[in-house]
Design a protein around this ligand. Sequence first.
Ligand code: G3P
Ligand code: MG
Length: 232
Amino acid sequence: MQPAVMAHRGNSGVAPENTLAAFARAMETKAEWIELDVHLSADGEVVVMHDDTVDRCTNGSGAIAEMTLAEIKALDAGSWFGVEFAGEKVPTLAEVVALVGDRVRINVEIKSAADPMSSLKVVEVLKEGGVLEWSMVSSFGLEALVETRKHWPEGLLALITARAADLDVVIEHRLQWFNVGYWEVDEAVMRRAHGAGVKVMIWTMDDPARWKEFAGMGVDMVCTNVPHRMPV
Ligand code: G3P
Ligand code: MG
């Protein structure tokens, strides 16, 4: 069984990360999933961006939590990557859901894990878009997953971590996915995860030459910036 491919921040190898352009490019590959990161704006909208400021990926500056959606929407989120993407906007989660529909599954990574509103709003947007059952909610912060489960008891939840030892936390909290740094994975980790009924996603693996190695271990999913290069 080959691992599934997840496009990290969309196809961020060929388009500005976490934009509709990147998600559209991901749907041109064999990726079954897209990964994206979310924060809440000052007016409570679920905004798709990795960092907690707009500084790196737009022509503006400031903290997302202190900006309204209108202020964020006024920014150019494409020019930093390439002139052909000039005018690309920062999307909301609802806009990504509307774009992808049921063509690809969405892994929403909650970045502001300490804010319980993030979980509620993410579940609401996925539900309103009709894709909740297809989706995954992930976070480095266990509290965001515990909070998400209150609103989506049967939800597909993933702990993201850079430490294999955190598999204990995943098992203890009955999470379905262990989204772990690829350098941490070996046969023993895979055996233990699968023995406990936990699936393993590795991030962020951009080397096509290592595909066979991870497929051979039984890794369930590979999260990559270059989904178009993966040999599936
Ligand atoms: O979901 C895995 C990966 O996205 C976690 O790291 O910093 O790219 O969000 P980061
Ligand atoms: Mg992420």
